[in-house]
Each structure stands twice: as C-alpha cells, then as structure tokens.
Write a protein that binds this ligand. Sequence first.
Ligand SMILES: NC(=O)c1ccc[n+]([C@@H]2O[C@H](COP(=O)([O-])OP(=O)(O)OC[C@H]3O[C@@H](n4cnc5c(N)ncnc54)[C@H](O)[C@@H]3O)[C@@H](O)[C@H]2O)c1
Length: 358
Amino acid sequence: MITVGIVGCGYWGPNLIRNFRSISEVMVKRVCDLDEQRLAHMKQLYPEIETTTEFEHLIDDEEIGAIAIATPVWTHFELAQKSLAAGKHTFIEKPMASDVDQCTKLIEMAEEKKLTLMVGHTFIYSTPVRKIKEIVDNGDIGEVLCINSQRLNLGLFQKDINVAWDLAPHDISIILYVMGEAPVSVNCQGKAYMLPDVEDVTNMTLNFNNGGFASIQSSWLDPNKVRRMTFVGSKRMILYDDNEPLEKIKIYDKRVETPPHYDTFAEFHYSYHYGDMYCPHLRQIEPLRVQCKHFLDCIHSRSEPQSSGLDGLEVIQILEAASKSLAIDGAKVEIEQPHWKEGQMFLHKLTSKTVAMR
Ligand SMILES: NC(=O)c1ccc[n+]([C@@H]2O[C@H](COP(=O)([O-])OP(=O)(O)OC[C@H]3O[C@@H](n4cnc5c(N)ncnc54)[C@H](O)[C@@H]3O)[C@@H](O)[C@H]2O)c1
C-alpha cells in the first residue's frame, strides 16, 4: 500500500486522482491546489480525500510516500525539488521542467536519494503506441523512412508555454519510444497570433542520424481536433488516428518500389504497390491507469520507469532546440552531445537504458 498526494487539480490533475484512486494498492490521502474552488469540487467528488492549499501539507506528511505533480510547467521544478528533498517518490506531468538544467538536477536528486522519478509521457502506455512499437521492432514495415504527426485543436491556450511545449511532448515521446533513438538536429518554425511571443502554431522537424526525419505539426488554432501520425516504412505504412474509437491503427501494405529499369514515365507508375489494409485488434485500457500502475510498480521493484527522468530530459532537450530554432526562423539547431552524459552519477543508468533501447 502506498499513500499518494497530488498537487494540481485543474484540467488534468483530476484524471490522475481518479486513476490513482482506482488502484487497490493506493490511498490518495490529500490533494493540493491554490484554487479553493477546484478543491471544493474535488471534495464533492471524493469526500474522503483531504484538501489543502499548502504544498507543505503534502511534503511534511510522513504517511505520504509519493507525490504526483499536475501543475503548470513553470512550477514543476520547484515542487519536484521539494518533493524529492522530502524523500517522496515523484511523478511529474509532461513536460518535465522548463529546461535541461532543471531536469538534470531532479535526476541527480532522485538518484542520490534512491527515489523513483517518473514523467507523464502518457501515450507510451497506450495500446496503439505499444502495438506500433511492436510492429516497427518486428521489421513488419521495413525501415522507418519518415514520420508525420499532427496534433491540432482549438485551444486550450497557455500563457507560459507555446503550443510546441504544450502538445509536442506527446509526439516527441512517442517518436523516441518507437524509434529507440534521439534526433541529431531540430528545425522549428511557428507564429504567435493570439498572445504576443507565445506561438500557437508550430511545425517542427526532427532529423535522425540515418537520414530519417519526423515532422510534428502542433496547433491551438484548428477547427477540428486532429491526432494523427503516419509511420512511412520501406515496406508498409502505419496510420495511427487516436480520435478513432476502435480502429486506431491501420497498416497499409503500400509502398513504392523503384524498378531497376524503366524507359518511360508510364512504366515508372507500375512500381507503386497497392496491397491490403488491416486493423489489429487493440485492448481498450486507459493509458493513464497503466501509467499510474507502472509508477507504483517501479517504486516497489526499484526499477527504472519507462518514462524516466532521463526520458523527460531528452524531450526537454528537443523542445529547447526547437525554441532556439524558432528564434532564428527555423534554422537547423544541432542537438549537442548532452553535457550531463559525462561524469554524472546517473551515467551508468543512461548507458544501460540506451543499450536496452537499441
Ligand atoms: N499527460 C497528458 O496527457 C496531459 C494532458 C493535459 C495536461 N497535462 C499536463 O498537466 C499539467 C497541468 O496542466 P493542466 O492543463 O491541468 O493545467 P491547469 O492550469 O488546468 O491546472 C493547473 C492547476 O494547478 C494549480 N496550481 C498552480 N500552481 C500551483 C502550486 N504552486 N501549488 C498548487 N497548485 C497549483 C492551479 O490552480 C490549477 O488548478 C501540465 O504539465 C500539462 O502539460 C498532461
């Protein structure tokens, strides 16, 4: 049994409360928010849960062994630092923190204190994304040539982060998980239409060592909610539409083969291959529940989460590079060999994790 405290009861926090509560080995003892109205609403939903506006009431409570943070990004570092300093296992919603240095400090603290640090990369716990990884790892679609991702909707506008920091962590974490490797450079262009200096539309490109690339379109200015990713393989292609209620993944046996010899353009057309399409059956499980359960399993088994602090840091490194690229009108920004790789106490973890991923 583990006693959990949750900070942040706005749009997303209540989903964490509901999912942690649904796990039999968890007791959600107390939730915290600065907004009394949100706390009153939580009390109405869950009368047994204590509420507080003081984060200290979570960290000073010795019964609470783990804290989940679902507040705005700029608060993540301070709250997570306090949580880890108080000896609590800590779960942080995506994106992990405001910059790479903050992520590094949190990883070091968790390592020093032997605490579980996990980041809310929810989609890697979803059945469609896990199925896509299985298909790609099996070589069923051949070599992944490129990935195209669109995450668009009307709002919800944020004041402290642009749309890339808000929505692209999902796409980036899915891409890193499926590809098992990080990009070497990033390009990003965008525009701020509604709030000065807060881009509400961005187009990001991640460039990989093998020549592959992924493009990520993020928008708060679209009439429709779009959640589509295409994985273009040398043999087949996967279309993942998270808005589809059942058939979220479609695998198309389509490809283009360059014929060894062709004299006319008409002959070149014959090299298109049109085959069948199939939809694998996917179990319907709420990814957030899988993620919350995984956090507890990692605490108990002292194992590294699948979305660890290092994974959170990798996403922030890409977002930082994207912000730099935005400032220079989309020019390419190399992802430096991270300085935190050298001589850090968590190096051994990184090495074993990297090996496991490859
Ligand atoms: N994993 C996902 O799919 C997913 C989806 C949406 C949001 N999120 C993430 O969840 C986090 C919260 O997003 P949201 O949309 O719920 O934001 P929100 O603004 O709706 O809610 C944040 C809440 O935190 C409270 N708060 C702010 N500072 C606080 C502090 N110092 N102490 C206590 N409470 C504080 C606010 O009063 C507010 O109620 C963000 O990191 C966001 O990126 C994740």
